[in-house]
Design a protein around this ligand. Structure first.
Ligand SMILES: C[S@@+](CC[C@H](N)C(=O)[O-])C[C@H]1O[C@@H](n2cnc3c(N)ncnc32)[C@H](O)[C@@H]1O
Length: 198
């Protein structure tokens, strides 16, 4: 078993995890992740503490570890995660390639846990590409830094939604469920939740 100190298991992240599960339950009416559905996330290191993403979800009875799919383009992190949680699925590589190459891609939750700015058009485009293959009744979460300190701009939720859903077709497929604000690495961030409708 390997546990490293650098992680995202602080009180803020745990409160976000709880909010995400609440969003999911409200949007779908499911109290747990159905067995045929997966939980996708950018993993970083998932250590063996109760606050790690995978342990928190498992200990709260929300999923089985075999439903957890962790992707990271840092191979070392994936190797550590495989040792810590051999029951889960671990993919080393780029998130979009992982989605495209995964057999039976069927997420109930997809958590695009980046630390990117709302101004980063590449990340917005990638978010769109990741949302596109998500099945009906998927709840998609994405984080964005909403502030540009240099230019003293604070972006609204609407700015993100407008930039993300650049066609009526895309907008019609996703329902905006809400957002929650938190401080990540000293920067104010927002996690957005979207529900894939029929
Ligand atoms: C914020 S951390 C994830 C934290 C984790 N979800 C948690 O709650 O504990 C983001 C991780 O995504 C990885 N990453 C960033 N961009 C990626 C990409 N395009 N494909 C795969 N992994 C990526 C980084 O290496 C980093 O470890």
């Amino acid at each position: 078993m390997v546990a490293l100190t650098k992680n995202f298991n602080n009180i803020i992240k745990v409160s976000i995890r709880q909010k995400q599960v609440n969003f999911y339950k409200k949007a779908t009416g499911n109290n747990v992740l159905p067995p045929e559905r997966q939980y996708w996330t950018l993993s970083h290191i998932q250590d063996i503490s109760p606050e790690s993403e995978i342990n928190w979800l498992y200990n709260n009875g929300f999923l089985e570890k075999s439903q957890f799919v962790g992707v990271d383009n840092d191979e070392e992190k994936i190797l550590i995660n495989k040792i810590n949680h051999p029951e889960a699925k671990w993919v080393s590589g780029d998130i979009l390639q992982a989605v495209w190459n995964y057999e039976n891609f069927n997420p109930g939750i997809f958590y695009f846990d980046t630390i990117s700015s709302i101004e980063n058009q590449q990340t917005i485009a990638l978010t769109r590409k990741l949302m596109s293959p998500c099945p009906i009744e998927n709840v998609f979460f994405a984080n964005f830094v909403m502030r540009n300190y240099r230019r003293n701009i604070y972006y609204t939720e609407n700015a993100l939604i407008k930039s993300l859903f650049n066609t009526n077709y895309l907008r019609s497929r996703w329902e905006f469920c809400g957002s929650c604000e938190y401080i990540g690495e000293k920067v104010p961030m927002k996690t957005f939740a979207f529900f894939r409708v029929k």
